[in-house]
Design a protein around this ligand. Structure first.
Ligand SMILES: [Zn+2]
Ligand SMILES: [Zn+2]
Length: 267
């Protein structure tokens, strides 16, 4: 029997401009174009079941890190018909501050996380300021609380969460970074999260400079191609072009919510 497709949404909640090329690529040419970053959470919906991918960051973290906070990623879930109080499953691609904040705002959710990201974010590597910088301690404390109240489902590598929905550990950028493969009306789409911040990272095989293991990041680029039906089915984690290529979920949500299960139009 055919697999029933998921609807897939990207919700844009923050922005960062004024970057220089060395912040987007290792060994960048200082004269080349430097893309801004957008910040997203993603939603998968099929009938009554839904999965939220990542939880974004709050206003306080935005102010501290000087990011432009456009809207609450948690409250914005209501724009696609989800009540955060009722969300049952949250996939955390990795524990960086921009993907794993607001963990106290999902009172009923189970959190799907890779073993290795928890080990990484609470162990020896965090003795290095450079590796620790993208994590916020309060998020880690919150996640440990969830572990102690049986609300974390750990995965080790590949895991199928439902028919047409699977997780795959990439590592690279963070030791336990995972990507999400989802069946849609246009085929297999891969929500890459920070396996590729920008289209240019995976298309040009150029690693992003926040990295735990460069070799794994490069292997991850190949994994994206393997798991997606085509390069047009790979969705980068922070590229502002996502909002340009994909159609708005509704006209009043232009620039806020796009449909990733619709074919992108490169403009
Ligand atoms: Zn990250
Ligand atoms: Zn990120």
């Amino acid at each position: 029997m055919a697999i029933e497709p998921f609807e897939v949404f990207a919700i844009r909640y923050a922005h960062l401009g004024g970057r220089h090329p060395g912040e987007n690529f290792i060994l960048a040419d200082p004269h080349e174009f430097a893309s801004d970053l957008d910040y997203f959470v993603w939603v998968l919906r099929r009938g009554d079941s839904s999965f939220v991918i990542d939880t974004g960051f709050g206003k306080e973290a935005a102010a501290r890190r000087r990011r432009e906070w456009l809207r609450s990623p948690v409250e914005s879930l209501r724009l696609v018909g989800l009540n955060p109080d009722q969300v049952s499953d949250v996939i955390i691609t990795h524990l960086h501050y921009d993907h794993a904040g607001n963990l106290d705002k999902f009172p009923r959710a189970r959190f799907h996380l890779q073993d290795r990201d928890m080990v990484y974010a609470t162990g020896r590597c965090m003795c290095h300021e450079n590796l620790r910088a993208p994590f916020d301690l309060e998020n880690m404390l919150e996640m440990v609380k969830h572990v102690y109240s049986d609300r974390v489902e750990f995965h080790d590598g590949d895991a199928e969460l439902a028919e047409g929905l699977s997780l795959h550990r990439v590592g690279g950028h963070s030791a336990g970074l995972q990507i999400v493969r989802v069946w849609t009306r246009r085929g297999w789409v891969v929500i890459a999260s920070d396996a590729t911040h920008l289209y240019a990272n995976f298309e040009q095989r150029r690693p992003f400079p926040i990295v735990y293991n460069v070799a794994e990041m490069l292997e991850g680029f190949k994994m994206l191609y393997r798991l997606a039906d085509s390069p047009e089915h790979i969705v980068p984690g922070h590229d502002p072009l996502v909002m340009k290529y994909y159609p708005a979920a509704k006209s009043e949500l232009e620039g806020i919510v796009v449909r990733l299960d619709a074919a992108p139009v490169r403009r």
